[in-house]
Ligand binder design. Structure first.
Ligand code: GAR
Length: 208
């Protein structure tokens, strides 16, 4: 140990927390040079909070306020304050099912990443695996990207392909995409934490 301050992650999620587990375990194993500083969820019963508590990581339920798909102003202030108090360097959205808006994005410009279960820009929004099946595509996958003001868009850090099989159901396809997310997301977060990538317009490039 050289006493240097570690890169700090703030993780936001609304669901079962499998991507959080992949990232927390990669941090603990040294595959991501970072630590989880705080985990926040808009849902009190979300699995992600339970996984965080089992790992003795700070975890809080922060109510989202009066809207269904975004945080209201008061909630947004509470999220920003909690993340600033925790001195996070990067916000990692891991199944956080609310769109982040103005003041939140401005507070953490170019410091928010998200994972989405499709090869963006195809199939943004909900149940992307089902959208892929309904559309009849032969490959889909997952995407890790920096977050901008749009929904599931922003400069792409990495993508991983998943073939669609004739016998796939929404459940089997979602499961295989989810498994690839657990490989891709830790690699992308590690690249950001190591300072290996930079944003140039719409593109994310490896620093020379
Ligand atoms: C993941 O499949 C993630 O890609 C998706 O939510 C799931 C969360 O699972 N996110 C989105 O659809 C965002 N638009 P997890 O709670 O097990 O990590």
């Amino acid at each position: 140990m050289n006493g240097e301050r570690k890169f700090r992650l703030g993780v936001l999620g609304s669901g079962k927390g499998s991507n959080f587990v992949a990232i927390a375990d990669a941090c603990a194993a040294g595959r991501i040079p970072a630590e989880v500083a705080i985990v926040l969820s808009d849902l009190a019963e979300a699995g992600i909070l339970e996984h965080a508590r089992q790992r003795r990581l700070p975890a809080r339920h922060l109510p989202p306020g009066k809207f269904r798909t975004k945080l209201d102003e008061e909630a947004e202030r509470a999220y920003v304050a909690a993340l600033e108090d925790a001195q996070v360097d990067l916000i990692v959205l891991a199944g956080f099912m609310r769109v982040l808006k103005g003041d939140f994005l401005r507070a953490f410009e170019e410091r928010i990443v998200n994972i989405h279960p499709s090869l963006l820009p195809s199939f943004p929004g909900l149940e992307a695996w089902k959208q892929a099946l309904d559309h009849g595509v032969k490959v889909t996958g997952c995407t890790v990207h920096f977050v901008d003001a749009g929904v599931d868009c922003g400069p792409i850090i990495g993508q991983q392909v998943v073939p669609v099989l004739d016998e796939d159901t929404p459940e089997t396809l979602h499961q295989r995409i989810n498994a690839t997310e657990h490989e891709l997301y830790p690699k992308c977060v590690a690249a950001v934490a190591r300072g290996e990538v930079s944003i140039q317009g719409r593109r994310v490039v490896r620093k020379k």
